[in-house]
Write a protein that binds this ligand. Structure first.
Ligand code: ADP
Length: 322
C-alpha cells in the first residue's frame, strides 16, 4: 500500500499543531518526524509524541519515530535589579509581570530576593506551598495570571533566612529551574546590590535582558550605575532604567513635590547611553494596593497606565533582534 505523505503530514499537523511539526520524512511504511516541544513540561511532551504517533497510524503509517526538539525554545529571563534595597524593585517586578500578561504574554515570576522575599504578599500567594514533581518545583498560580516561585513560599513569614553563598545559589537555581511549562518570559526579581549571588546567577542563567530600577536621587543613581556594571560584567544586555518614586502628589493639598528629586534616572540613562523605560510616581495608592496583594498594574487608572507603558517599552526592547 502506498502511503499518502501529504495526508500523514496533515494528520500529524492537526494533532500537534502545524507550527510544531518541523520535519516529516516518510520511507515505505514508516516515517520520522521532528517536532518542536518548546515550552512544554515532561508530561505534555509525552502526550505530544503520543498524539503524533496515533495520528500517523490512523493515516496509514505503520511506524513513526519522533524526535522532540528545543526543550526551552523561547523562554527568556528578564532580570530586574537595583543597586540597593527599598527603591521599588519588587513592586516593579510584580507589576511588570502582570502588565505583560495583560499584553498577551505568558509570564512567570521568580522572587530571587531571597533575603526579603515580598512577591507572595505582592501577588496574593502568601501561605501557599509549591508542590514538587520529580524534585522539580511546580510554580504557584497567582490570581493575576502570573505563575510564581519565591523563597517566601518555602519559609515561614518573618523567619530569618541566613543563607550563605552556595546555599543561596542552589536555592535560587531550584526556583529558576522550576516546571515553568509554556511560560515565555520569566521575570526574575533579583536581590538588591551587586554581590556574588547576583553575578553567579547572571552567568549561569544568562538573562536575555535586565531592567534597572532607581529612585531619582543622586545616591541611588550611583548605586544603580554599579548595578549596571554588574550586568555588563555578566554580559547581560541592560534594556534600560526605570525611575520609581518620582513626583509625590499630596493627597491633602494636591501639590506635586519631588522628595527624591525628579528626572535623575532619565539623565543618568542618557549619560550611560541606555534607554529610559519610564517613570512611576510616588503614590500612596501603589503602596496600599501592593500591600493588599492587588498589583496596581491589574487595575485601571494612572498607576496601571504607568506600569503598562513601561511593560510595552521593556517588551519592545526584549523582542528586538540582538
Ligand atoms: P525593593 O524591592 O527595591 O526593596 P519594594 O518594591 O519592596 O522595594 O518597595 C519598598 C516599599 O516602597 C514598599 O512598601 C512598596 O510598597 C513601596 N513603593 C514602591 N514603589 C512605590 C511607589 N511608586 N509609590 C509608593 N510606594 C512605593
Amino acid at each position: 500500500m502506498t502511503i499518502d505523505e501529504a495526508a500523514v503530514r496533515q494528520a500529524i499537523a492537526d494533532a500537534v499543531g502545524s507550527e510544531r511539526l518541523q520535519v516529516l520524512r516518510v520511507t515505505g511504511e514508516s516515517g520520522t518526524a521532528v517536532i518542536d516541544a518548546g515550552g512544554l513540561d515532561g508530561a505534555a511532551r509525552a502526550r505530544l509524541e503520543q498524539a503524533a504517533k496515533d495520528a500517523a497510524r490512523a493515516a496509514g503509517l505503520a511506524d513513526l519515530r519522533v524526535a522532540l526538539t528545543a526543550e526551552k525554545r523561547s523562554r527568556r529571563i528578564l532580570a530586574v535589579g537595583s543597586g540597593k534595597g527599598g527603591v521599588g524593585k519588587s513592586t516593579l517586578s510584580a507589576n511588570l509581570a502582570v502588565a505583560m500578561v495583560r499584553l498577551g504574554r505568558k509570564v512567570g515570576l521568580v522572587d530571587a530576593d531571597i533575603y526579603g522575599p515580598s512577591q507572595p504578599r505582592l501577588l496574593a500567594t502568601e501561605g501557599r506551598k509549591p508542590e514538587a514533581r520529580d524534585k522539580t518545583m511546580i510554580p504557584v498560580q497567582s490570581p493575576w495570571g502570573v505563575p510564581m516561585l519565591s523563597m517566601g513560599h518555602l519559609v515561614q513569614p518573618g523567619q530569618a533566612i541566613a543563607w550563605r553563598g552556595p546555599m543561596a545559589g542552589s536555592a535560587l537555581g531550584q526556583l529558576i529551574e522550576g516546571d515553568w511549562g509554556d511560560t515565555e518570559i520569566l521575570v526574575v526579581d533579583l536581590p538588591p546590590g551587586t554581590g556574588d549571588i547576583q553575578l553567579t546567577m547572571l552567568q549561569k542563567y544568562k538573562p536575555a535582558g535586565a531592567v534597572i530600577v532607581s529612585t531619582p536621587q543622586d545616591l541611588a543613581l550611583i548605586d544603580a550605575t554599579r548595578a549596571i556594571g554588574l550586568f555588563d560584567q555578566g554580559k547581560v544586555p541592560v534594556l534600560g532604567i526605570v525611575e520609581n518614586m518620582a513626583g509625590y502628589l499630596c493627597p491633602h493639598c494636591g501639590q506635586v513635590s519631588d522628595p527624591f528629586g525628579h528626572g535623575g534616572a532619565e539623565v543618568t540613562a542618557k549619560e550611560l547611553g541606555l534607554p529610559f523605560l519610564g517613570r512611576v510616581p510616588l503614590d500612596i495608592a501603589i503602596r496600599q494596593k501592593s500591600d493588599a496583594g492587588e498589583p496596581p498594574a491589574a487595575g485601571e487608572g494612572p498607576q496601571a497606565q504607568a506600569f503598562m507603558a513601561i511593560a510595552r517599552a521593556v517588551l519592545a526592547a526584549l523582542d528586538q533582534p540582538a
